[in-house]
Design a binder for this molecule. Sequence first.
Ligand SMILES: [Fe+2]
Length: 308
Amino acid sequence: MPLLPFLRRATGVGVVVGTGMTAYAAWEARQYTLRRVTVPLLPTGHAPVKVLHLSDIHMAPDQRAKQEWLRGLGDLQPDLVVNTGDNLSHARSVEVVTDSLGGLLDVPGVYVLGSNDYWVPGVRNPLLYLLPDTGKRHTSGRQLPWPELKDRFNRAGWLDLTNGFGSLTIGGTSFAFAGVDDPHLRYDDLPRVAGPADADADVRLGVTHAPYLRVLDQFAADGYDAIIAGHTHGGQICLPGGRALTTNCDIEPARARGLHRHPADSAPGDPASAWLHVSAGLGTNPYVRIRVACRPEATLMTLVPVPD
Ligand SMILES: [Fe+2]
């Protein structure tokens, strides 16, 4: 075939394939999925505790399907909600988020915020999701109404773990929490939450938006049984089979989502080690609403006793 017609045909095929892939990725970004994991960390004899982990909702007012799906999570009747931030994507999203959470705000909860609660997100080249973190932070634009969001969560009784501590007793199991402000923005104040976790509590949980290693190392060394985080979007644009290429922070892609240990090669019972649960989250940057091999998710973590 002469060169010019060949190039025209090849370009046409490329456009069709590219358009199809983009359409698929936009469809996948709306395939909200509930993932379930079991975490053995309760003392012997304690009843299981259902923890709903929500992260990276990135709500925009026009995302009706996401709002409807979130409303349905109340049917799970969790005992505790852990929200690891990035709830907002729009200045008018606070009301939408709290309406969508609905009855979940009546459940005991704890939260920390992420960069996309504080700052209006910028337009982002989707290919940047595949590249290492540049260190640049989007903190010079307009702020989102995060004080209003915190006020709504606080009035619901959720505990604010922003560089602080909290405690709750749920069904006879006592929880001690520590949390940090978003490490991605370097807002974390680790010295403020340093020190041995409460040995009198039945369960000790560390909570952070982004799973930076400095935060994971401290919580694990201080004796927290599990660390709960979001931020990574699970890699967002993954290889087939869900293999992440990037995490947008310094944790390695193999732990971009799901239940792992920290340090990664530790076993339960090892000193200075903890469970680590990272959520792939429910949203995306509002200007790049695509996901590939990484469906948006919430997780129902069932805490059960450590096996004898
Ligand atoms: Fe996020």
